[in-house]
Design a protein around this ligand. Structure first.
Ligand SMILES: Cc1cc2nc3c(=O)[nH]c(=O)nc-3n(C[C@H](O)[C@H](O)[C@H](O)COP(=O)(O)OP(=O)(O)OC[C@H]3O[C@@H](n4cnc5c(N)ncnc54)[C@H](O)[C@@H]3O)c2cc1C
Length: 503
């Protein structure tokens, strides 16, 4: 039998996506399987943002075999229990989309159905009072889960905030220690095979040519290989997600870091606040149709906790996805594959998930059509469902104080999202479709937090007497409150386990 294995992989781009891919491949493929090279250009640089994550990143860290405390220390990291949304449903309102569980399921039915019945009757407080991550976040507390039997302390779900530049550096060291070769230089040309259109090699500014069997395009928004060379095409989602610009600036830290990201809606977009150990990251994501860059920058600078530490950095993007993420012998990861604004911190997850899918469908030099189609089907599905979740933040709103919000409130939305909203409104039921990223609890917290109220509740909760439900809800709430009181402050937890070196 001839050996058809991939002999050379070339990763184009050394931002978060490129180094995540390099680290994962170095770990999984090991040095002897094939040669892995990464090319990045110092002159072009990286996008330099992307500092909030979701709990799935723990799987990536585990796959790499990272020591979590070392990882947090080296990236000036903090812990994240969820995202606080301010002014989204209406001006003056806020809610938390928390990671992890809500209450405790009873009689085979999700807790939230019982809560919904009691809440509709005015006999139960808001859902955050039954959610450990919400209460802990509000009180600035954090700890990792412990082995405590039935206690909610056994399954605290968390993610991280980190410095994007330090994260890329951390992964770079990891990958290079495991044999990935790094080359600095600007790619100026791409050669395609004239017969089948597959990529054969790239040419650098100094005239050198680098060939490979498999190309991973991590070149950022420009999509140097997937679009520049292969002309794959892009599906534009601006109609549903109208923000197309951002301006980002770090500022000094003025208080202990909160264990959550904050997203504050403004008149034509929203602002993120990401607390790190040494500084706070901020950015204003906005629609250029409704506000100018100067005004957006002004809004951002007027809403910082501390003093700006750099000049505001403007960024432009088109929300959407590549028509194919894997085309011929090229797989696009990160911004080269597509972009959705960081409202739910999903981009780094999509890189991780793309790498995992590529590993499970890893090709040989035949590049079987079925595997490529399956990869594209899976990644498409994940993108589309995340897109719906993000759109829900914009269209489920009562805000009518600006042209931007009037547009978002009344725009047409995808059928898949409309079905989810209709079903919830009818009787509070939410179903997770296949492996979509956000589960029923995430949808509940966001739809409820944005102000959507169902007209009825799950009929089977009436099988338990109302007094019994009230009694159980009270107990659950007390257990959660006591558990949160047991947790240390987020600042103390970091000081004890993973303080970064003072820079
Ligand atoms: C405003 C904003 C906020 C974000 N916030 C979050 C967040 O909170 N959480 C999250 O998960 N994600 C977030 N993201 C997304 C996140 O930043 C990206 O997913 C992540 O940084 C990956 O970027 P990348 O590596 O694909 O691209 P880049 O960082 O742009 O890297 C591209 C690489 O390609 C190289 N390159 C390009 N052209 C060439 C060439 N011709 N020759 C050689 N090298 C080349 C560059 O030098 C660079 O190394 C955010 C994105 C934006 C725009």
């Amino acid at each position: 039998m001839t050996d058809n294995r991939i002999r050379k992989i070339l990763i184009v781009g050394g931002g978060t996506a490129g180094w995540m891919a390099a680290a994962a491949m170095a770990r999984v493929l090991k040095n002897q399987y094939c040669d892995i090279q990464l090319i990045e250009s110092d002159a072009i640089g990286t996008v330099g943002v992307g500092e909030a994550t979701i709990p799935q990143i723990q799987l990536f860290n585990q796959m790499l075999g990272l020591d979590e405390n070392e990882f947090v220390r080296k990236t000036q990291g903090t812990f994240k229990l969820g995202i606080q949304f301010v002014n989204w449903g209406h001006l003056g309102e806020k809610y938390l989309h928390a990671f992890g569980g809500v209450g405790k399921d009873m009689e085979g039915i999700s807790f939230y159905h019982y809560w919904l019945k009691m809440h509709q009757a005015g006999e139960a407080p808001d859902i955050d009072q039954y959610t450990l991550n919400c209460l802990a976040a509000e009180q600035g507390r954090f700890m990792r889960p412990v082995d405590a039997g039935n206690s909610p302390l056994s399954d605290i779900a968390y993610a991280f905030h980190f410095d994007a530049a330090l994260y890329a550096m951390f992964l770079r060291d990891f990958a290079m220690e495991r044999g990935v070769r790094r080359r600095e230089g600007k790619i100026v040309d791409v050669q395609l095979n004239p017969d089948d259109g597959f990529i054969e090699s790239v040419t650098l500014e100094d005239g050198d040519t680098v060939d490979a069997d498999l190309f991973i395009d991590c070149s950022g928004f420009r999509g140097l290989l997937i679009e520049g060379a292969l002309k794959t095409g892009y599906e534009d989602w601006t109609h549903w997600l109208p923000c197309d610009r951002a301006v980002a600036v770090p500022c000094t830290k003025v208080a202990d870091p909160t264990p959550y990201t904050r997203s504050t809606a403004h008149k034509a977009g929203w602002q993120w606040r990401i607390p790190l150990q040494h500084r706070t990251g901020n950015g204003h994501v906005y629609s250029s149709q409704y506000i100018s860059e100067d005004e957006a920058t002004h809004v951002l600078l007027n809403n910082l906790d501390g003093e700006p530490l750099a000049d505001p950095k403007p960024l432009r993007f088109t929300t959407g996805k590549r028509k194919r993420f894997w085309n011929k012998n090229c797989v696009a990861l990160g911004l080269a594959g597509g972009f959705m604004e960081p409202l739910e911190s999903t981009s780094i997850h999509l890189v991780q998930s793309g790498i995992a899918k590529l590993m499970s469908l890893f090709p040989n030099r035949h590049f079987d059509r079925e595997d490529i189609d399956e990869y594209n089907r899976q990644v498409n599905f994940e993108y589309d469902r995340i897109r719906d979740f993000l759109i829900a933040h914009y269209c489920i709103t009562r805000r009518d104080d600006s042209e931007f919000w009037n547009y978002c409130r009344t725009m047409s939305i995808p059928d898949t999202l409309q079905q989810k909203i209709d079903q919830y409104q009818k009787n509070g039921r939410i179903f997770r479709t296949n492996e979509e990223l956000f589960n029923d609890l995430s949808w509940l917290e966001v739809m409820h937090g944005q102000g959507l109220r169902p007209r009825a509740y799950h009929p089977l909760v009436d099988a338990l007497p109302k007094e019994e439900i009230a009694h159980r809800l009270k107990n659950i709430r007390q257990v959660i409150q006591r558990s949160v009181e047991y947790m240390p402050s987020h600042a103390d937890f970091i000081a004890r386990h993973c303080p970064a070196e003072k820079g």
